[in-house]
Design a protein around this ligand. Sequence first.
Ligand code: ZN
Length: 198
Amino acid sequence: MSGYEGVKFTTTMLGDEVPQDVRLAQLKQWCTFYHTHHLAPPYSGGSYGNLSFREAPDAESFIITGTCMGLKENLRNDQFVQVSYCDMEQRIVFARGCRKPSSESMLHFAIYQQRPDVEAIFHGHGEVIMNHAEQLGLPITGTAEPYGTVELAKSLLAILADHHILIMRDHGFIVLGNSLADAGVRTMALLEKAKHVS
Ligand SMILES: [Zn+2]
């Protein structure tokens, strides 16, 4: 169907507490890295990149950048949101914070559920990586799905396996890590590799 944008999710706010986790300092540094290296330009008018970390081992909750928020320097804690749980069937995201969570929250939730080893998820749209995705031999989703949809999450889960870097067709890339530093260092290596493929 032409122009189909997919059914996105609704957000239920459980509280307005601003996240205070000490790891926010690290997360902000990687947001700055994504911004500085042009890895998080806007996609499809509404989504920038989004970065998150799991709150505790085995927890399904995580802390993620707020919605419609460009990654930049000097982000404040109130620009991040805790996602407590997602109901993938009803397409509801339950969150705490003073703004809504990233439009890709369901995608992050689905990955954390399927991959207990993953503690951090970084998602960007940078051209330098997207233009070389095939030469880099990275796994790519079979179909292009609108951002923020369950369909997009499912297309990614279908190729997730134990990969740490994946490409969402015609959209962006995902880097997974067993810590924030791990996801960050993987991003740095990916960026260097992409710059040097011809
Ligand atoms: Zn995106």
